[in-house]
Design a protein around this ligand. Structure first.
Ligand code: 6GU
Length: 225
């Protein structure tokens, strides 16, 4: 999978995909992320990318020209499966959307700033709009990083033990069960006996049960769908 990200603050996206799981995914050739500076596509002398909004009001709007030229240029070399705009008024991101996007080949993500991008770009280029929750960030970059991270780890072959994604919180609309590692007794705090006894069927049952109880207690809303 290849993800291109259009940003006016590319420095914000320099390192989040160069560590741990996503670093390995890149090294295995399963995953590529390119950050593209939107300013490089501005035709104005001061490399302007935003302008005052029609109708008045505080806050700048990201102009059509740099965005349209950037997308047109990028599309000469490839076809995008989705052109995603990161915006607080998009659909709230969740594991289901992450699963679906992880099966795509080629994505473009546009990071908004200021008051957002000109509505005509949303209408004529953007195919999907994503928010990461009900709060406002100063730009779409950190939201894009969240989306790219969650997608990247789901790409087939990225997780070394593929079954480990199966136990993630939210994968079946359930929260993950508690986990423990050595020692079996730390300051008198004991690991549950069932995990030490070595009966895989009992362990599975216990984990499923813990997941259900935890979800009922903390996120009953997840059990409603
Ligand atoms: Cl995608 N962008 C911004 N600026 N703020 C957000 C967001 C996105 N998602 C939640 N808050």
């Amino acid at each position: 999978m290849k993800i291109d990200i259009l940003s006016v603050v590319p420095a914000l996206l320099e390192s989040p995909f160069s560590h741990s799981i996503l670093k390995r995914a890149k090294e295995k050739g399963l995953f590529e992320v390119n950050v593209i500076n939107l300013r490089d596509f501005s035709t104005s002398k001061q490399k302007q990318v935003d302008d005052y909004q029609f109708g008045g009001g505080a806050g700048m709007v990201m102009m059509c020209q740099p965005l349209a030229d950037a997308i047109d240029t990028l599309q000469q070399d490839q076809k995008y499966d989705e052109i995603i705009y990161m915006t607080p008024d998009g659909a709230t991101f969740n594991q289901k959307i992450a699963n679906r996007l992880s099966l795509k080949e080629n994505l473009l993500i546009i990071c908004g700033h200021y008051k957002g991008i000109d509505e005509r770009i949303r209408q004529h280029y953007v195919t999907m709009e994503i928010s990461i929750g009900d709060y406002v960030l100063s730009g779409g970059e950190l939201a894009a990083a969240v989306v790219v991270d969650s997608i990247g780890r789901l790409i087939p072959g990225v997780l070394s033990n593929e079954t480990s994604a199966l136990f993630d919180s939210f994968q079946d609309n359930l929260l993950a069960p508690p986990v423990y590692t050595r020692p079996a007794d730390f300051k008198g705090w004991k690991v549950p006996d069932v995990l030490l006894a070595g009966d895989p069927k009992k362990v599975d049952e216990w984990r499923t049960n813990q997941s259900i109880e935890r979800t009922k207690e903390r996120r009953p809303d997840l059990l409603e769908d």
